[in-house]
Design a binder for this molecule. Sequence first.
Ligand code: ASP
Ligand code: MG
Length: 403
Amino acid sequence: MKTVVLKFGGTSVGSIERIKKVCKIIYSYKSKKNNVVVISSAMSGVTNDLVKKSKLLSNNFNKAEYDALLATGEQTSCALIAGRLNHIGLKSRSWQSWQIPIITEGPHSSARINQVIVKELKKYLKDGGTPIITGFQGINNRFRLTTIGRSGSDATAIMLAKFIKADECIIYTDVDGVYTTDPRQHKKAKKIKKIFYDEMLEMASLGSKVMQPSSVQDAKLNNIDIKVKSSFISKPGTLITGSTKTFSNQIITGISSTKNDAKITIVGVKDKPGIAASIFKPLSKNLINVDMVVQNISLNGKETDMTFTIKSDDLKKTEKLIKQNKKISYKKLSFDKDVSKVSIIGVGMITTPGITYRMFQALALKKINILVISTSEIKISVLISAKHVKKAVSVLHKEFKLD
Ligand code: ASP
Ligand code: MG
């Protein structure tokens, strides 16, 4: 008998009608003779609402109570699902994370699941039951409720699939899969049938919000295939996997772009060992995330220019920190607030030469100027003026035959 883990996100259980629909989906897996384990998020909006309430009571709300509060959202949705499944004739019950237990370690609000005791669950499955498990939470070694970071139900599903040794883990959400680029912005975006973990990680961290990036990392580490599907319409979704079986020979899998980036150039910095560290130390201390970095070779061996990107929101603070920094001297500081990073992603580029050239040439033909370039094994990113992003993504989408 196959064991499947089904995870439903907040919008999938966002109303009574949606919960009825979800129960039909669960029923269909049961009638195909599967063992079914369900993980649910809170109904959409509920967790945000609880956060708001805690803020109204204290701007320094007790961290353990904050987790105890946020964990209630999933208790509601799971009980509603189990109750409805009973109604339509399935043996089912809700399980809160402490009842299983799902054991976490690390600080409140960002704990990590390190063990799931599956003994009772297995017995229940064997007796034909369908457990409905609260996502996003666990308990720590002091028996306090913990939560594992916003959108954490994805990670709960992956970890349950791991410990119960599931054959499949299916993430039901409000989109029907992962797209080659943002389908709301680009009509020609296409659904990806199969994507490698590493590609998905790049896509996720670059802004395609289908899955929580750390849960993709967990899936990769444990070699668990994930299917992303819509609970709204019945269509094949996207498979996220490490297996190379039947992959197409597509070179580029997807294109992503960022919003709200800013570029800073420090002109004429004294070039000596430790200079980069001196520039970035105060930024990291202030939790400012630096993304692309380029340092020019200094022609005279004395001075260099340093360019890097950050989020626009951090621009004012960064400017202040650089101006206050006594460890560096430079000639000029310049800023560009309206820049975006466009990236092409695909494991195919490891084995295919000429991708960089094709990307640059395609942008050049559209007269799009490249400000900064950075590359990894499976990704090439360029920084361009924000006003050209849409055009750039379209032309690259076409160039790499994703249209
Ligand atoms: N309900 C939690 C949140 O809104 C967890 C989740 O949705 O996965 O962040
Ligand atoms: Mg969610």
